[in-house]
Design a protein around this ligand. Structure first.
Ligand code: EPS
Length: 373
């Protein structure tokens, strides 16, 4: 089992992640992780916090001579904007974890809830995802994301081939492959900012080169689609997750909802469509794995909503603190990290061993068996 924990508050000293269950012999350096950290900080509509931080990861344990040694890998990201002794905050923001956090843990200062509830924690997840990605890329799995909708403005055009998406998305400030939609999304964000409002949207994470057979149909908690949904739903502000065109397919008859099976010499079994989004029965098909997530508009509003002061019980507006107007592009990068983690976990479950060469041998033998089917 591959597992990870994160620790740290938004304005604490540092964020820390510990990953346990990695094999020995995986080449790993900070250079594998830091480019991913930069990607999470980008995007039009982010707050000035992103200019204050230069999220850089230090590998604190688990690596010797540039390779993992099988022990836990600890990652540390220092915060620059460290704050102590801030005055208490008693005006919970509707939609944030402020009120539920104060109720659950008995706080009179909602800062004690928001510091840990903040999406700053996703920096640690991206670091973890980069390590998982390092394992997966060695087996030709690539993971990328793009923004398909912001504030109700959806892309209308996408390139014919999945492989074209990463370059187009990386070149776009909103990680959007449709330039016309991107322009409209950008003005939507500008308008929202002027109004003191925020915007949500939808991002899509795609994994190519995933071998068939990850996950299992035999038990509810082994189904890969269920594991993906849990992992992606756990990203801050995500309120909905679908695999492939999940909700759309529910409106079509069965005759148009599935992927017909073909067989070709040298090609083996294949499907010409991917309506399943890369899983059937909770098991990967070998086709592109497509996970889409709906992110609600961020709950810190510069024109705040109605709330109640925790101390006085007076009707008052929610706290106004620094925040992003829109962070859907960054959430897509976090989505990639969570998908990378779930896939690496499922990959090690199927081919797992203590060393990378043993994993490779199990993988090669399985792929040979599939070719011979
Ligand atoms: C974030 C850091 C936070 C927020 C944002 C994401 O920093 P600060 O609170 O100091 O501005 O900018 O978090 C939220 C939007 C939220 O609601 O928690 C980051 O590093 O991504």
């Amino acid at each position: 089992m591959l597992r990870f924990l994160t620790a740290g508050e938004s304005h604490g000293k540092a964020l820390t992640a510990v990953i346990e269950g990695l094999p020995a012999g995986l080449p790993l350096s900070e250079d594998d992780i830091n480019p991913q950290m930069v990607r999470r900080q980008l995007g039009y509509g982010r707050s000035v916090r992103m200019n204050l931080e230069t999220d850089t990861v230090e590998i604190a344990s688990g690596v010797m001579g540039g390779e993992t040694i099988g022990g836990p890998v600890a990652l540390r990201i220092e915060n620059r904007d460290v704050r102590e002794n801030e005055p208490p905050l008693t005006r919970p923001r509707p939609g944030h974890a402020d009120l539920v956090g104060a109720m659950k843990y008995g706080f009179s200062d909602v800062r004690r809830a928001l510091e840990r509830a903040s999406a700053r924690e996703t920096a640690a997840r991206v670091a973890v995802g980069a390590v998982c990605r390092r394992l997966l890329t060695g087996f030709s799995v690539t993971i990328f994301s793009h923004v398909v909708e912001i504030g109700g403005i959806a892309i209308r055009n996408r390139p014919p081939r999945w492989e074209e998406i990463p370059e187009l998305a990386e070149a776009s400030e909103l990680r959007c492959v449709d330039r016309d939609a991107e322009e409209r999304m950008r003005s939507g964000i500008e308008d929202a900012k002027k109004r003191g409002d925020t915007l949500g949207g939808v991002f899509e994470v795609v994994a190519l080169g995933v071998p068939p057979g990850l996950g299992s149909y035999v038990h509810w908690d082994r189904k890969l689609d269920g594991r993906l949904a849990q992992a992606v739903m756990s990203i801050h502000a995500v309120k909905g997750v679908e695999v492939g065109p999940g909700f759309e397919i529910s409106r079509t008859p069965g005759s148009q909802a599935h992927d017909e099976i073909h067989y070709g010499r040298g090609k083996g079994f294949y499907r010409e469509t991917n309506r399943a989004g890369g899983t059937e029965g909770g098991v990967t098909t070998g086709g592109p794995l497509v996970v889409r997530a709906a992110m609600k508009p961020l709950s810190t509003l510069m024109s705040p909503l109605q709330s109640v002061d925790l101390a006085t019980k007076e009707s008052i507006t929610g706290a106004v603190v620094r925040s992003d107007v829109c962070s859907v592009p960054a959430a897509g990068v976090v989505g990639e990290a969570m998908v990378a983690y779930v896939l690496a976990d499922a990959f090690l479950e199927k081919f797992g061993a203590d060393t990378l060469p043993d994993i490779r041998a199990a993988y090669d033998s399985y792929m040979r068996r599939l070719q011979e089917m």
